[in-house]
Design a protein around this ligand. Structure first.
Ligand code: AMP
Length: 188
């Protein structure tokens, strides 16, 4: 399976990505993880990405596009994969199409996990109650949701036009959402 998992921040996308990769034997490619590792190691990429990440902003398209294209040019490129956190903009989607075409790899599916902003904020408040975290992170989450709402619609349309977009309701237990995704993929 070669797929992309899309979903707003706080939608449980990372958890579902791990469960799906385990079940379907896909490589989990998370640009957020790759960037955090580069920052930890202090590589040139990490140094370039850090100021954006610290402010919760997107890293420039050219940087992430290079990271992903390079990953697919390597001899040990994944044949079966799940993209988590990429593409996030239409320019990234176009670049990813090209990178896959160059490797003669086709995408099977793009799962669009739909969770309302109200539900994301409700889950956040629940977590804060349990973990006694400061309240200010609600503002950060709202800011991230706003960026997501501004950049994702053209990406979603891009894949809808390709006929591979699968909308899945991302509300309910994590097991129920997992089953709904597997069903949408025809992988149950
Ligand atoms: P994530 O763990 O996917 O939320 O990513 C953490 C941070 O890395 C984001 O807030 C961005 O600063 C950066 N990042 C990860 N993936 C991308 C992407 N596809 N485009 C731009 N920035 C990204």
């Amino acid at each position: 399976m070669r797929m992309i998992l899309l979903g707003p921040p706080g939608s449980g996308k990372g958890t579902q990505a791990k469960m799906l990769c385990q079940r379907l034997g896909m490589a989990h490619i998370s640009t957020g993880d790759i960037l955090r590792e580069a920052v930890r190691l202090g590589t040139p990429l990490g140094r370039q990405a850090l100021p954006y990440m610290e402010q919760g902003q997107y890293v420039p398209d050219a940087l992430v596009n290079d990271i992903v294209a390079e990953r697919f040019r390597r001899a040990d490129r994944p044949e079966s994969f799940l993209m988590d956190g990429y593409p996030r903009t239409l320019a990234q989607a176009a670049s990813f199409d090209q990178a896959l075409r160059q490797q003669s790899l086709g995408l099977d599916a793009v799962v669009n996990l739909i969770v309302s902003a109200e539900e994301i904020l409700r889950r956040l408040r629940l977590r804060q109650g349990q973990e006694n975290r400061p309240d200010d992170s609600e503002e950060t989450v709202r800011a991230r949701l706003k960026v997501f709402d501004e950049t994702m619609p053209p990406v979603i349309e891009h894949y809808r036009r390709q006929g591979i977009l699968k909308d899945v309701a991302g509300e309910g237990s994590k097991e129920a959402i997992f089953r709904a995704i597997l069903q949408a993929l025809g992988a149950e």
